[in-house]
Each structure stands twice: as C-alpha cells, then as structure tokens.
Write a protein that binds this ligand. Structure first.
Ligand code: PLP
Length: 416
C-alpha cells in the first residue's frame, strides 16, 4: 500500500490533461454533460463530423440527388474508400481492406474462404476465451460443410504449439474482449505461416486503439468492427482485410452481385470481381458508411503512437487510483499485465453487475462482462486524465456507501 504522500491528486490529473497532445480532439466529439464515458470499446462516442456528414447524406444526397447519388457522390465506392482509410490504421494497403457487413458476417466469409484455400486440412484453431460470435460462426460453418471439419480450442498461451499440418486456419482476436490481453501478432502469424496454416485476426478491440501492422506481421486475413474505437456509430459497417497475395484465389461464399465483376450487366452467371471487391455481397448501408467515413477522418488526424501511449497511461492511472482509493472493498485487477494490455482494464468483484449499474447511475459508464468483470475502456481521443480520477472517486463512493446493494441495480437488462 502506498503511503499518503504518494497519493495522486485531481489537480495532478488536470495538469496531465493540460500537457496532453491529444487533448484537442475531445472537442470534436458530442459528449453529454455529467457523463464520464469509459465504454468507447463497445460503442464509440459520436464525432461532430459524423453528425454533419449524415445530415448531408440524408438531406442533400438522398433527399435532393436521390438515385443519382450512387454516381454523383460515389456511394458505390464507399466500401472501398472507407476500407482504404481503415487500411492506414492496421498496416494494410488501400486495396486490401473493404468496409462491409458485420464483423460476424465477415468472419463467416473469411473462415469459409480460408477453409477452401486449405482443402485437405480439417481444423479451425482458436481459444476458449475468444469472443463468442467468433466461435459460433466457426461452429455454424463446420455444420454447413457437413461436419468434416473441427473447431479446436486451446488456451491462448498454447496456440503456437498447437498449430500443425491439420490446421487450415488459426482464428484469434488480437485484443481479448474481457481480459484486454494482446496476442503477439507477429509471433502467432509467423507460427501459422511456418505450418502452412492461414492466420485470421479479429481486430474488433485493436483498430483505432493501438498500432497494428498486419503486413509487417505477414497476416493473411483479418476482420474488425466499425462501432467500437472507430466511432462509426451503432451497428456501423465492419471491415475485412485480405492480403494481396490471396485475393485472386479467394472464392467468396456469399457470392452477391456487389462482388460481381460487372454488377450492372446483370449476367445470370456469377463472375467474381478482381481483387478485394469480390468480398462485397449486397448493397452497402450508405448512411452508416457516411458516418463511419467521417469518424475515420477524425481518427486519422491523430498519431496512433500517441493514442497508444495515452491509452496505457490512462489505464495505469486508473489502476493506481483504484489501488490508492478503493482498497479494502474487494475489487481485484482483472486485466492483463501492462506490457500485454489493450485499451481497457477490468476489475473483478462478485457484485460486479450491480456495482456497474450504480456507477452508471452516477454518470460513469463502463460495462459488465459475465460473470464478474467491471470493464472500463479508454478512448484517448476523448477521455481525460481527470476523468480517471472522477470515475475512481465515484467507484469509491459506490463501494463505501454500498449504493450498489439496491434492488434496482440487480435486475439484468437485455444488453449488459
Ligand atoms: C464486438 C466484437 C464483435 C462484434 O461482432 P458483430 O458482428 O458486430 O456483432 C466480434 N468479435 C469481437 C472480438 C468483438 O469484440
């Protein structure tokens, strides 16, 4: 236990905000008064630029220019244009990424494509702590393929040793959604390559949160989410990455017209488009794409190394404050060690659910992950050091007063 002298004050946190090179970005977001938002890892905050862009897309484009907008405003090019912006955040070339569909659907598309590229191998390798949709999609695909493949789950630390000649594809989430632990992108990708397996990364908690270099790691495939750190809005389009070397050998399992070589010749036979475009399926959700496109412009103004530096500093500060101010209330740190942590921390407590509800009632928004984790995500573009102080102070009050121990905080909502 640190002594009184070393206790961090709110004034010190404010001083760090004044010296913060990313502080200027906060004003580019709509943030309600009285709310400390530590859930940008589940739904990123609303960029002011997205409000303007959506208004334009609705009023000028849809409202005035109607169907002409597909050409006039290049609606048809949005999946590629937005993909090219995301590419800059994940170490990919512009033509290696498209924005499309949901993360779950993209997982299906890429797992199916991977299994076809590695015919003769029958294992999809993942870990039990992977995000459930990643595992469910693999199970559904295996059923669809007639049960000739298997989903093998081994703990994260044992993945590399478990890759062998039976493995068609290794499917992992880069930053674990619950513990925040980061896999070594380079090492695991290299281990897959050494055994001839394909490597599929889920970047849902990585893109926009920390530097990612897919091509530097020699990764084959990736998917990720538009509504978390990319701030694309609820249900924003997701993205997929396919390394250039694989693009023309991929047979898309969802062979829709938007991935056809010539969608507007209306041929009856399917002919895949060249390159990444064949992985599009149906008409893009233009309004959602517009919001994501505007949000990416904000993020691309920031230096990703600064984002990473501040994200770790916010997490360190938060955990130190919990240790200094909430000791004795039974909250244990529940996240990965600093050197392998993403942009979130977890606290473990047996009453995590009502504690989080009591915090939310006080304007500190994090989330709960079953069975016992209070999860706090840090979005360096709009979270402040002083927010860490205020959030932990609210946690201290909730714990000291037992405010969480009220029936209204114990009823589980549909979305936690
Ligand atoms: C959030 C998240 C998803 C979300 O998938 P959706 O299809 O958008 O619901 C997928 N994978 C991981 C690892 C996630 O964290």
């Amino acid at each position: 236990m640190k002594n009184e002298m070393t206790k961090i004050t709110r004034a010190e946190c404010e001083a760090r905000d004044r010296a913060d090179p990313l502080a200027k970005f906060r004003d580019q977001f709509v943030l309600p008064d009285g709310v400390i938002y530590l859930d940008g890892n589940s739904l990123g905050a609303l960029p002011k630029a997205a409000v303007l862009r959506m208004r334009e897309a609705v009023e000028q484009q849809w409202g005035r220019d109607l169907i002409k907008s597909w050409n006039l405003h290049d609606w048809i090019g949005l999946p590629r244009r937005v993909g090219a912006k995301i590419a800059r955040l994940i170490g990919a070339k512009p033509d290696e990424v498209v924005a499309a569909d949901s993360t779950s659907v993209n997982l299906f598309k890429l797992l199916a494509a991977a299994v076809r590229l590695r015919a003769g191998r029958d294992v999809i390798l993942s870990e039990p702590g992977n995000f459930p949709t990643d595992l469910y999609v693999a199970q559904g695909l295996i059923d669809l393929l007639g049960g000739r493949h298997r989903l093998e789950l081994v703990p994260g630390e044992e993945i590399e040793a478990a890759i062998d000649e039976r493995v068609a594809v290794v499917s992992l989430t880069h930053v674990n959604y619950k513990s925040g632990r980061v896999h070594d992108l380079n090492r695991v990708s290299a281990a897959a390559r050494a055994k001839g397996a394909l490597m599929l990364w889920d970047l849902a908690h990585s893109a926009g949160a920390l530097p990612v270099d897919l091509n530097g790691a020699g990764a084959d495939l990736a998917v990720g989410c538009g509504y978390k750190y990319l701030n694309g809005g609820p249900g924003a389009p997701a993205f997929l990455f396919i390394a250039e070397r694989h693009q023309d050998t991929i047979s898309p399992p969802l062979s829709g017209w938007m991935g056809h070589a010539h969608p507007f010749t209306f041929d009856i036979g399917y002919e895949p488009a060249a390159g990444i475009a064949r992985n599009l399926c149906g008409t893009p959700p233009v309004l959602s794409m517009a919001a994501l496109d505007a949000a990416l412009d904000v993020m691309l103004e920031a230096d990703m190394n600064e984002i990473r530096k501040k994200s770790l500093a916010l997490g360190d500060l938060f955990l130190t404050l919990v240790e200094q101010r909430c000791a004795g209330h039974g909250c244990r740190p529940g996240s990965a060690a600093r050197h392998e942590r993403g942009s979130q921390v977890g606290l473990v407590h047996e009453h995590a659910y009502p504690i989080m509800q009591a915090l939310i009632a006080r304007g500190v928004i994090g989330d709960f992950r079953a069975p016992d984790v209070l999860r706090f995500g840090f979005a360096p573009l709009y979270n402040r050091y002083a927010d860490m102080w205020d959030a932990v102070d609210a946690l201290r009050q909730v714990m000291e007063s037992h405010a969480w121990d009220a029936p209204r905080f114990k009823t589980r909502a549909a979305v936690t």
